[in-house]
Design a protein around this ligand. Structure first.
Ligand SMILES: Nc1ncnc2c1ncn2[C@@H]1O[C@H](COP(=O)(O)OP(=O)(O)OP(=O)(O)O)[C@@H](O)[C@H]1O
Ligand code: SF4
Ligand SMILES: [Mg+2]
Length: 322
């Protein structure tokens, strides 16, 4: 494997500095290679957004203080980086798109002013021409006119494309997408994913794609990491995970849909509730909901290699086809 762009090791995020404080993320390790798209999937509350936000060092102070481990970006540990250097990376080498585009746009500034500001930080010369070109790249019609408009004058899908144009203004190496299509209806969602694929190819960037939608994973991701209760429980190439899911949680998520052609649009409901932060059971946190649990599952399972680039954290990885 080529040298990873992003290498997260044993990342733990606690609600405060104390060793006994509840952990939102518990020993997460993952790599993203240059140009690769890694999907991060899991139920609500599993810690996906916390992970994306931690990479940009944008967690609230209490969680930032409770963050330990390593987040190595192109050879440098972001957790030890001074604020100023971190600001240069954020929005520059690494950028983020969120579920609600309005939260990233300033409602009282024109689209042009916001885009030019991002392009100026990226050191572009003719800012107006660059802003027009940036809107053309994300398929916004009448770009010169749109630059004079405000976010509220656009549809949700168009706003999300503007946010992407701003996110790409500095030509990032990594784009973190946190559920960017969840608020869009099905047709617009499809168009936006197709656009992201084109932009990924033309900018040669990697993506960390956070979603709870396996349909989205099958359309855009190369590899997928499945999260449960603040831990990565299974990782592997998308095709391999769809064809041979080994962790009971991944299998429950994919139960009715063993192939990428029939990926579900939403996570199916699994019996029982995921544990809340601070109430996670010891050992394998999935054991109260797992049909395969044994006494052994009351201790933390190690990570096991079960195939090429396929890792699973379970005492009893499943062999049988779904
Ligand atoms: N500042 C905080 N203090 C305490 N707990 C927090 C804080 N921020 C988040 N959490 C908790 O951490 C857990 C993980 O939150 P996170 O937003 O990362 O989940 P998620 O996987 O992105 O969920 P969703 O799919 O709903 O977006 C949640 O249970 C949440 O309540
Ligand atoms: S370790 Fe045990 S409880 Fe956890 S997923 Fe595997 S079989 Fe189920
Ligand atoms: Mg989230």
């Amino acid at each position: 494997m080529t040298e990873p762009l992003l290498s997260i090791r044993d990342l733990t995020v606690r609600v405060g500095r104390a060793d006994t404080a509840p952990a939102i993320l518990d020993g997460v390790s993952l790599d993203v290679a240059p140009g690769e798209t890694l999907g991060l999937v899991g139920e609500s509350g599993s810690g996906k957004s916390t992970l994306g936000t931690a990479v940009l060092r944008l967690l609230p102070p209490l969680l930032d203080a409770g963050t330990t481990g390593r987040i190595v970006w192109r050879g440098r540990d972001l957790l030890g980086l001074p604020r100023r250097a971190m600001r240069r990376i954020r929005g520059g080498e690494v950028s983020m798109i969120l579920q609600d585009p309005m939260s990233s746009l300033n409602p009282v500034q024109t689209i042009g002013a916001q885009l030019r500001e991002a392009l100026r930080r990226g050191g572009r010369g003719d800012l107006h021409a660059a802003a027009v070109a940036a809107l053309v790249e994300v398929n916004i019609p009448s770009p010169a006119e749109r630059l004079r408009g405000y976010p509220h004058q656009m549809s949700g899908g168009m706003r999300q494309r503007v946010v992407s144009a701003i996110g790409l203004a500095q030509d990032p190496h990594l784009l973190i997408c946190d559920e960017p299509t969840t608020a869009l209806d099905a047709t617009i969602q499809y168009q936006f994913l197709e656009l992201l694929k084109t932009l990924r190819a033309s900018h040669g960037m990697a993506m960390l794609f956070i979603t709870h939608d396996f349909g989205v994973v099958s359309r855009i991701c190369d590899r997928v990491a499945v999260m449960y209760a603040g831990r990565i429980v299974e990782t592997g190439p998308v095709r391999e995970i769809f064809a041979r899911p080994r962790h009971p949680y991944t299998r429950a998520l994919l139960a009715s849909v063993p192939s990428t052609d029939h990926a579900p649009d939403r996570l199916p409901v699994i019996e029982g509730q995921p544990p809340t932060v601070g109430n996670r059971p010891a050992g394998c946190p999935f054991h109260p909901r797992c049909a395969h649990a044994t006494d052994r599952c009351r201790t933390v399972p190690p990570e096991t290699v079960v195939g090429p680039s396929h890792l699973v954290r379970c005492w009893h990885p499943q062999e049988t086809p779904l």
